[in-house]
Ligand binder design. Structure first.
Ligand SMILES: Cc1cc2nc3c(=O)[nH]c(=O)nc-3n(C[C@H](O)[C@H](O)[C@H](O)COP(=O)(O)OP(=O)(O)OC[C@H]3O[C@@H](n4cnc5c(N)ncnc54)[C@H](O)[C@@H]3O)c2cc1C
Length: 394
């Protein structure tokens, strides 16, 4: 057993941290206030090799493993704890990985280089109004007609709709291809957004992650080429589970980054702040909280890094992977939320100000508690299903 990163991974972390502190952190407050990640930041991140990090070099990526991608997710979220930039990064890393693994060569050559260059956006469109947790109930229909794929339906709460509509790009999209077959009648395709006849988007105002849009994709007789089918017809459910394992691990890693940054800010603050003639850090009440938060963070870190490592090992069963990833995704966002909340309280009234910057972390991390990349109860159901066996699946 070895709990350390490789020398290469440590160097990578150091260089991403330096890059993010210089090029991303100074924009973090503006990203939240202006509701957009500046294109210059996106291009800089792409130039550094962060977009499509898991995508192979032949499509402009770096072909990194999930552990390396998770290190980058942590560092990006440290620099922008609102999670907006982390979301942009991690959906591309998680779902880009899936696209490359199962997409057609023609589609990959057409779409992935734009993503890795930071010109276009690649997201995931799974959720529908009938309940994001119940993927089998997907009703967006895809049919084959005259050598084209025709799509009809609505996807909702989708991250990046505005970015995709404005700058180009699209979604790894889950669709129903055989309505009689439940989860076995689902497929995956790539759905472009910008300039795609039959596709329009609306945005939904949210409580956080202001720099990254979220909204609805309306799909009415959208025709896409057959080579936009990802993987085999009616196998979409299984690809979705694989993609979610990847994306959820990166979500959990991003939450670690935000929690770590907040805790460090808290430590600095309580050492500096004098109340009752003494630094707050000398009061045992706060020391106990600090120790508890450290333990929570380290426990979450072990779960997240183990999940990433297991995905990279490529020798664990789907059941083992599902359980490990669900545990990481269940724990890390809650730990991050609890730590940021407590650190806010250490800051007193200042913690409640925008200037302190902690509240945007609280709002951002909450998105992962509510359900982005899978609701928390669904993580619990996955863990219970893998522990009890399919016969007891609820
Ligand atoms: C900020 C944000 C960004 C998002 N971005 C995307 C995106 O880019 N692409 C995308 O496809 N989706 C996205 N989503 C949607 C997300 O995937 C869904 O929120 C999630 O899958 C849950 O679906 P739902 O919101 O419809 O909740 P529901 O499925 O309706 O669930 C509601 C509540 O019931 C609980 N619940 C559901 N079923 C059970 C059960 N069987 N037992 C016990 N409890 C249960 C859930 O835990 C949840 O708390 C995003 C969501 C958010 C908040």
């Amino acid at each position: 057993m070895d709990f350390s990163f490789t020398e290469e991974q440590e160097l990578f972390r150091k260089s991403v941290r330096e890059f993010c502190e210089k090029n991303l952190a100074p924009h973090a407050a503006g990203i939240d206030e202006n509701g957009e990640i500046p294109r210059g930041v996106i291009k800089d991140m792409a130039g550094f090799g962060l977009f499509g990090i898991t995508i192979s070099e032949e499509y402009g990526g770096s072909g990194a493993d999930i552990t390396t991608a998770a290190i980058a997710a942590e560092e990006i979220a440290r620099a922008d704890i609102s999670m907006a930039t982390a979301v942009y990064y991690l959906v591309e890393a998680g779902w880009g990985y899936l696209f490359e693994k199962y997409g057609t060569e023609e589609a990959k050559r057409e779409i992935l280089p734009g993503v890795t260059k930071g010109d276009t956006f690649l997201g995931i469109a799974s959720t529908e109004a009938t309940g994001g947790s119940d993927i089998a109930s997907t009703s967006t229909l895809m049919e084959k007609k005259n050598g084209k794929l025709i799509l009809n339906g609505t996807k909702t709460y989708i991250s990046g709709v505005q970015e995709a509509a404005k700058y180009g790009g699209g979604y790894v999209t889950i669709v129903k291809t055989d309505p009689g077959l439940g989860h076995k009648g689902l497929s995956f395709c790539y759905l472009p957004v910008k300039d795609q006849p039959g596709v329009t988007v609306n945005t939904l105002k949210q409580m956080g992650r202001e720099g990254m849009s979220n909204g609805i994709i309306n799909i009415k007789n959208a025709q896409i080429p057959e080579h936009y089918l990802i993987g085999e017809w009616n196998k979409g459910f299984y690809y979705a589970m694989e993609g979610f394992n990847c994306a959820r691990t990166l979500v959990a890693a991003a939450c670690l980054g935000a929690a770590e940054k907040a805790l460090e800010a808290g430590i600095d603050f309580i050492k500096e702040r004098n109340v009752f003639g003494s630094p707050l850090a000398k009061f045992q009440g706060l020391q106990f909280q600090l120790a508890e938060n450290y333990i929570k963070l380290e426990s979450a870190r072990l779960l997240v890094h183990k999940a990433a490592w297991m995905l990279d090992e490529k020798r664990f069963s789907n059941q083992e992977l599902n359980k490990a990833v669900a545990a990481a995704k269940l724990v890390a966002p809650t730990v991050a939320f609890d730590i940021i909340r407590e650190v806010m309280m250490w800051h007193g009234a200042y913690g409640y100000t925008k200037e302190a910057g902690l509240e945007r972390g609280l709002r951002g991390v909450m998105s992962y508690i509510v359900g982005a990349e899978g609701a928390q109860n669904i993580m619990r159901l996955i863990i219970a299903r893998e522990l009890l066996g399919k016969d007891y699946s609820s």
